[in-house]
Design a binder for this molecule. Structure first.
Ligand code: PMP
Length: 408
């Protein structure tokens, strides 16, 4: 039996069935944002048609339904990450907001001048800048685990850098620029052995593999809904319950309090304490629908099919003269960054678009990775489980065409 019935899966994604510049669309920009199955579009539509009301405040029927849907979505995210308790799931705007919440509420109050936060050279800017901001405010220092020429972490350096002054480890699970899958369980265990709390940026992991936060042992895990086939503007931050309970709120407002007077305010319990204001209710509903859709297919099957796509695309890309893949770590997700000698990444992106092939060209919010490899930008083909082997071939054919156009 095939790993996955891709043609059947593709029928669930309306956006895939269109032409771009007269060619059938080949969507290979999934690391930027993933497409939405009908189940998600319809769940959001149904919520607004039937159940829309504000949550946690109303006694009326629609408000109760909206609250049940929102809190039900929290339980669905808990199951997806195998967290122990739904109170460990905080709804946020996305991975970026989740990381900023941890930086401001958990890490910043614990930092003294000379303390260190450890990140890696392959982090997305979302897992660099929030730490620089708290360092700036406290006199702490950012330390960086280097990567090697394959785009894999230098683990010896990691163990060396994990030191007396390290107060926090923030590491990406799967690199959006290189595809590298990091040994986060091992890294978290090493940090824990020294009593150092950890955050894993899972934005690019959850669309590709089963994630179990209890098995990882991390204190925090952040991801974005839109990269996992759900809506934009919603994401989740997992935090271990006792850690979340130790944290003050970050933003103040309605919905996060129990009692407010002008003398003092009593905060709500976890996780509501971290969800000030009216949340993205329909977004949470759509995210839950996306997760249920993925569960219906099975993450193991998704991983297996994407590994098939990765192997096929990597082998075929090797046939393109002058093409260099940036990121050749042994453990990789189906994200392929590359440069082609004689053609700037942005020109490649434009030519590929004319062939109907959507890829990203740029620094992918990982400028230090570009610096490491000495390139200003790469083109990046990032696959999802709805991509086909023929689409990988279309990418390769379009690259041959680009070389012809450049007289190469
Ligand atoms: N981390 C990684 C690894 C990412 O790929 C991204 C999105 N490109 C983010 C964090 C930030 O996600 P968002 O913009 O959805 O908050």
């Amino acid at each position: 039996a095939p790993i996955l019935d891709v043609e059947r899966v593709r029928r669930d994604f309306p956006v895939l069935h269109q032409e771009v510049h007269g060619r059938p669309l080949v969507y290979l920009d999934n690391a930027a944002t993933a497409q939405k199955p009908r189940a998600v579009i319809e769940a959001v539509d149904r919520f607004y048609r039937r159940d829309n009301a504000n949550v946690h405040r109303g006694v009326h029927t629609l408000s109760q339904r909206a609250t049940a849907a929102y809190e039900g979505a929290r339980e669905t995210v808990r199951r997806f990450l195998n967290a122990a308790d739904p109170r460990e799931i905080v709804f946020v705007r996305g991975a970026t907001e989740g990381i900023n919440l941890v930086a401001q509420s958990f890490v910043r109050p614990r930092l003294r001048p000379g303390d260190e936060i450890l990140v890696t050279e392959m982090e997305h800017h979302a897992n660099i800048v929030p730490w620089q901001m708290v360092c700036e405010a406290t006199g702490a220092r950012l330390r960086v685990v280097p990567i090697d020429e394959r785009g894999a972490l230098d683990l010896e350096a990691f163990h060396r850098l994990l030191g007396e002054r390290t107060r926090f480890l923030a590491v990406v699970h799967v690199s959006n620029a290189l595809g590298t899958i990091n040994p986060v369980a091992e890294m978290v265990a090493a940090a824990r052995a020294r009593g150092i709390p950890t955050l894993v940026d899972g934005a690019q992991a959850v669309p590709h593999m089963a994630v179990d936060v209890q098995a990882l042992g991390c204190d925090f895990y952040a991801f974005s809904g839109h990269k996992v086939f759900g809506p934009t503007g919603i994401g989740a931050l997992y935090g271990r319950l006792e850690v979340l309970e130790s944290m003050p709120p970050w933003q103040g407002g309605g919905d996060m309090i129990r009692v407010v007077t002008f003398e003092r305010t009593e905060y709500h319990d976890v996780p509501h304490r971290f969800e000030a204001g009216t949340p993205h209710i329909a977004g949470a509903v759509g995210l839950a629908a996306a997760i249920e859709y993925l569960e219906g297919i099975g993450m193991e099957r998704i991983t297996a099919w994407e590994q098939t796509l990765l192997r096929h695309a990597t082998a075929r890309l090797a046939e393109v003269p002058g093409l260099r893949i940036i990121g050749t770590a042994p453990e990789k997700a189906a994200v392929i960054s590359f440069v082609v000698e004689g053609i700037h990444a942005h020109d490649l992106g434009t030519i590929l678009d004319h062939e109907g092939v959507a890829v990203r060209a740029g620094h992918h919010c990982t400028m230090p990775v570009m610096d490491h490899f000495g390139v200003p930008a790469t083109a990046r083909a990032s696959f999802a489980f709805y991509n086909t082997l023929e689409e990988a071939d279309r990418l390769v054919a379009a690259l041959h065409r680009a070389r012809e156009l450049f007289g190469l």
